[in-house]
Design a protein around this ligand. Structure first.
Ligand code: SF4
Length: 566
């Protein structure tokens, strides 16, 4: 972006076996100075489809975005559905590496085709929300183009800004965490359009690939958790996590929310059906689980989609809003502004504790999103800077973050495995890095008492290693439920990778890939100045018992640090 040029490079031999997070993290680790300013010219934004993206493999359309994070200061990868991963892979693009910063204060749009990348000055959609950007580009370029975009929050370089990806229905999917939208904004890129193509991804052994994909898709469809996700979406978890006593409520002061029924997956499902929405829907072509949904407002008009448990929890239980329509309206606004729902809504919980607005004030949250964050007022920029930013500004001590990133929808005092993941993740608090809820609460891949200290490090470690590998394939993380419980699933996934590339990986190779990614990411963080002292939960978790179990975070530092003994 410094001289507004692009070039195409062959993939170096050592990166040929990588995709998705494995590739973004390796490129960032190799090419970005760990001590650089995340919004300066030395940071790079890397965008990569997964190893299986663009093939007919079920659930393989995730797109990884990576950079040094302006929120955490660590290495970061955030992935999302939408159409662009499959389109980039079909164009033969292994990764886009965006470097430098323009000399002039102008905005640009990028267009990716089989011939390469063009960079043009952009004025029409600057300042516009993501939904309008997508509509304008649909008219300008055609609906079949892929779109990767930032909203006003990314333009304003807010640390909670995400990167948004257009899905097949021209709705918004989000690479949510870590402020990567601010990195894209710092490079003055409003959008990246991806040209549609009739090309197909090469598959070395097509018949073996088809057979493996059939077995893989069957394992996904047959899995009971997949089926529950298809019926109620991820929001099936509100009642389950509330029952466990691990639903963080009122800025993490309790583990159960009195209004849980009003915001539950079951209520959401019935509301969607009554208003003529769609309870079952997917974020990209080829998904067989369909955890997404189209949620309509009271007038039966489309309001939001991809209405996730973590977003609903953050405004629901954490901010005590028991009105699903207010939460859906905020979800729409957050998607349009291009903000991570978890970071921003946890920031609102901290702001409520500071007295900026009352707990339960859903209309007040929507008002601040529109009038303060959307317009970039000082209060809007403080909240758009994330939960830690709000805590520092208002002198709040109960600030649920690790490495500056907001802790999501599972309380680590009542579900201890996820606390290990929050503490040790290379990317700040993030449930998706090692989703111990599977085993701690859902009984997937065995059962481990969430309140016990025993075995949580091993559980988190195994899941973080597996997740790093899955994030490299382009697979949606929800394949993990079947992979943990169905003996046919993981071998079928490995068979697909082998058939795609004509290679012979085994299960150990997948584990080694996951370990190598984690070690690469951690080495970057250490070089950036992070130490084991950063792998800690906030002190209030150790001192404030959470009802109903009245437990504190009681896993000692030495045990946490043993996570890295591999
Ligand atoms: S299961 Fe959900 S997140 Fe995963 S690919 Fe399908 S719709 Fe997207």
């Amino acid at each position: 972006m410094s001289d507004l040029t692009s070039r195409t490079e062959e993939v170096p031999a050592e990166w040929q076996g990588l995709g998705g997070r494995g590739l973004t993290s390796n490129v960032v680790a190799a090419e970005v100075d760990p001590t650089c300013h995340p919004l300066g010219k030395h940071n790079k934004l890397v965008i990569a489809p997964g190893l299986l993206s663009g093939t007919p493999a079920a659930n393989s359309g995730r797109l990884s975005c990576g950079a040094k994070s302006p929120l955490t200061g660590t290495i970061k990868e955030a992935n999302s559905g939408g159409s662009s991963a499959q389109m980039l892979a079909k164009l033969g693009v292994k990764a886009l590496i965006i470097e430098g910063k323009p000399q002039e204060d102008k905005w640009y749009g990028l267009q990716v085709s089989a011939e390469g990348v063009t960079i043009k000055e952009e004025t029409e959609v600057v300042g516009k929300g993501n939904y309008e950007v997508v509509q304008v580009l649909n008219s300008r370029l055609g609906e079949k183009f892929g779109v990767i975009t930032i909203g006003p929050a990314g333009e304003m370089k807010m640390s909670a800004a995400n990167i948004s990806i257009k899905d097949p229905g021209s709705r918004i999917r989000s690479s949510g965490r870590g402020g990567l939208g601010a990195v894209m904004g710092s490079k003055k890129i409003k959008f990246i359009a991806v040209e549609p193509t009739d090309k197909k991804v090469d598959i070395a052994k097509p018949e073996e690939f088809t057979a493996a994909n059939r077995a893989f898709a069957k394992a996904l469809v047959d899995n009971p958790i997949s089926q529950a996700l298809g019926q109620y979406g991820t929001n099936v978890l509100v009642n389950i996590i509330n029952e466990s006593g691990g639903l963080p409520t009122r800025n993490f002061t309790a583990g159960q929310f009195a209004g849980h029924e009003e915001i539950s997956g079951e209520t959401m499902h019935d509301t969607i059906v009554a208003r003529g929405g769609k309870p079952k829907h997917n974020c990209h072509a080829g998904c067989v689980i369909n955890c997404s949904q189209l949620y309509n407002d009271k007038d039966n008009k489309y309001l939001t989609s991809g209405f996730e448990y973590e977003s609903i929890w953050a405004m629901g239980a954490d901010c005590c809003v028991d009105n699903l329509d207010h939460i859906a309206e905020a979800d729409h606004l957050l998607d349009d502004l291009g903000l991570d729902t978890i970071e921003t809504l946890v920031a609102f919980g901290v702001a409520m504790e500071a007295g900026v607005l009352e707990f339960g004030d859903g209309a007040g949250i929507c008002q601040i999103l529109r009038e303060e964050i959307g317009k970039g007022t000082p209060l809007g920029r403080i909240i758009g800077g994330g939960a830690a930013n709000v805590g520092r500004t208002f002198g709040v001590t109960r600030v649920p973050v690790v490495k500056n990133q907001a802790i999501p929808a599972y309380d680590p005092r009542a579900i201890k495995g996820i606390g290990i993941t929050y503490a040790t993740s290379t990317q700040g608090a993030d449930h998706t890095m090692g989703y111990t809820i599977a085993t701690n609460i859902l009984g997937v891949g065995g059962k481990l008492d969430p309140l016990s200290k025993e075995g949580q490090v091993e559980l988190s470690r195994n899941l973080q290693i597996a997740t790093a590998a899955i994030d490299s394939t382009g697979m949606c993380l929800f394949v993990a439920f079947a992979a943990l419980d169905d003996a046919t699933c993981l071998p079928a996934l490995i068979d697909m990778i082998n058939a795609r590339f004509g290679i012979g990986l085994g299960a150990d190779d997948v584990t080694n890939l996951g370990m190598s990614i984690l070690k690469t990411e951690r080495a970057f963080n250490i070089a950036a100045g992070f130490t084991s002292q950063d792998d800690r939960l906030p002190e209030f978790f150790k001192e404030e018992p959470i009802a109903p179990h009245n437990v504190v975070w009681d896993i000692d530092d030495k045990t946490i640090d043993s996570f890295w003994d591999f």
